[in-house]
Design a protein around this ligand. Structure first.
Ligand code: IMP
Length: 191
């Protein structure tokens, strides 16, 4: 039977933001279609190459898992963990490196896989840091981009969806570390 995304999700009263209702924003089907499309473009671009896909933890693990399974090229996988958010729904303004990559990326093609670019702080930090290791190339994939507020002085190479400035959860994205397992993406109500 086809998967049906619930139209609303209510945050349990016991949890932070308890009682708030989240609305379906991007369905599982829309997401899966987009993942296939991005994977197709990456496979085309990196044909006969073997890029290192670097997932930005924690949020990107679900997107990363679907994306790499839709590729039809050789690739390697690594992860980096950064933090610009506390447990609230706003950026703290500083980026901390919590876990570095293990791979040697010198002379390699690197593809950074992000779940969401909000202010752009995390991805800017990442770009500077990765470039210090002299990779052959660094490209950026983000499933979501809050294009009204992201302040980037370089383009993202692959963007799934441009979204307004609303806090979203599901498909790897959390609020207070919860809701990462939802297969669709849900948004807090607009104020
Ligand atoms: P930035 O540094 O402001 O671009 O924020 C990037 C990080 O903030 C993402 O990798 C997410 O972990 C988190 N983030 C930003 N917006 C959202 C959201 O709407 N939902 C969940 N996490 C978010």
């Amino acid at each position: 039977m086809a998967h049906v995304d619930p139209p609303k999700v209510t945050i349990p009263a016991s949890s932070k933001f308890g009682g708030e209702t989240l609305e379906l924003y991007l369905s599982s089907e829309q997401i899966q279609q987009k993942v296939k499309e991005i994977a197709g473009r990456i496979s085309e671009h990196y044909r006969d190459k073997c890029p290192i896909m670097i997932g930005v933890l924690n949020g990107s693990f679900v997107f990363m898992a679907d994306l790499v399974r839709a590729l039809d090229i050789e690739f390697e996988v690594d992860f980096i963990k950064l933090s610009s958010y506390g447990s609230e729904t706003a950026s703290t303004g500083t980026v901390r490196l919590l876990k570095d990559i293990s791979a040697d990326i010198t002379g390699r093609d690197v593809i950074v896989v992000e779940d969401i670019v909000d202010t752009g702080l995390t991805i800017k930090f990442l770009r500077n840091r990765l470039q210090e290791a002299s990779p052959t190339s660094v490209t950026f994939v983000s499933l979501l981009l809050k294009d009204e507020i992201a302040k980037l002085d370089f383009p993202l190479d692959y963007v799934g969806f441009n979204i307004p400035n609303r806090f979203v959860v599901g498909y790897g994205l959390d609020v207070d570390q919860k809701f990462r397992g939802l297969t669709a993406i849900y948004a807090f109500k607009e104020n």
